[in-house]
Design a protein around this ligand. Structure first.
Ligand code: 5GP
Length: 317
């Protein structure tokens, strides 16, 4: 390439880099806190996915990660004690489960995509003033979050009929609901997370009336935000599930959006074709889950540079 063409090439690269950075919600913490190859402005490099994070050689950081204390292992995530009191490291696994873990596969790269997508949504919510537990992404599989007490409820918001609502009420999947419907399920795997009413929640003391008012308001704000973000990239937000945590600040408690927001916990349909881009692809054997989640990440502009290669799922049981 001759010199003027090279100069032009670098100018275009510089412009595109600046434009992409301007489109991404920024971490509340300084970019300088990030490892060089993971800084937001430096591009997202997917370089493998070993437990503990990116592909750096076995550094003292990795060794200390290996020694840290596991707090909880769930179906899709593992929680470790964070570096500061009141913080937790949330590690996204490649495990995909459905039907209360009766169906279980390892989907290579799913954890990486969910980590990046959840970061994107939590940062966006923070920018519009919706409090979340998210502090910063640490590497391709882990994020630092505020430790909180999870309200034992799954909060489900539905815009279109699908899944258990369609089954329960005999409404065709895809029917637009007259308004967003918010449902509550009691978080208990052994019971299959049963649907509960506000009467149950009050009677059993899972949340106060004030909490429930705040939870409803948070759920609807999250719905407005996510519906708009997805609509802008040609995706219909059919429904989703969030979890809410209590953060204590002195004598006061604050409710924050916790856990994760990702295609694992949303139903996402392409607006034009109706193609499913969420965990139903796995639940209903509709194709490659990695392809579906990658498509969501690509449209939102958060696809890692070297995306996870869809490997053959490993059947675990
Ligand atoms: P449904 O009640 O129709 O099965 O689910 C409604 C919405 O909540 C769907 O977007 C579904 O992905 C999400 N959802 C319900 N339960 C769970 C759960 O236990 N884990 C996750 N990740 N999402 C859930």
């Amino acid at each position: 390439m001759n010199r003027p063409i090279l100069v032009m090439y670098f100018k275009i690269c510089g412009f595109l880099g600046a434009w992409t950075r301007s489109k991404r919600p920024q971490s509340p913490l300084n970019d300088a806190d990030w490892p060089a190859n993971l800084a937001i402005g430096g591009g997202l490099h997917y370089e493998g996915h070993t437990p503990g994070g990116d592909s750096r050689s076995l550094t003292s950081e990795r060794l200390s990660m290996a020694r840290r204390k596991k707090i909880y292992e769930g179906k899709a995530k593992t929680l470790y004690e964070g570096p500061e009191p009141g913080t937790i490291v949330q590690y996204f696994k490649d495990d995909a489960t459905a039907f209360n873990a009766e169906k279980h596969d390892i989907i290579e790269g799913k954890g990486v995509l969910n980590n990046i997508l959840s970061e994107f949504f939590m940062l966006g919510l923070g920018q519009i003033g919706v409090p979340t537990h998210f502090l910063k992404r640490l590497n391709m599989r882990e994020q630092l979050v505020r430790s909180c007490e999870i309200v034992p409820l799954e909060i489900i918001v539905r815009n279109y009929a699908a899944g258990t609502l369609s089954k329960r009420l005999g409404i065709d999947e895809g029917t637009q609901l007259p308004r967003p419907i918010v449902e509550y399920c009691y978080k208990d795997d052994a019971l299959g997370d049963p649907l509960v009413s506000e009467e149950h929640i009050a009677a059993f003391g899972w949340a106060s009336q004030q909490d429930m008012d705040d939870i409803l308001s948070l759920a609807l704000r999250v719905n407005d935000f996510l519906s708009g973000v997805f609509l802008a990239v040609g995706i219909r937000l059919v429904d989703f599930k969030i979890e809410i945590g209590r953060v204590y600040e002195g004598d006061f408690q604050r409710l924050v959006v916790a856990d994760e927001i990702s295609p694992d916990s949303c139903r996402l349909w392409d607006i034009k074709t109706g193609e499913k881009l969420d965990k139903d692809v796995f639940r209903r054997d509709l194709g490659s889950l990695t392809d579906a989640y990658s498509e969501v990440a690509r449209r939102l502009g958060v696809m890692p540079n070297n995306p996870p290669t869809p490997g053959k799922p490993t059947l675990v049981n």
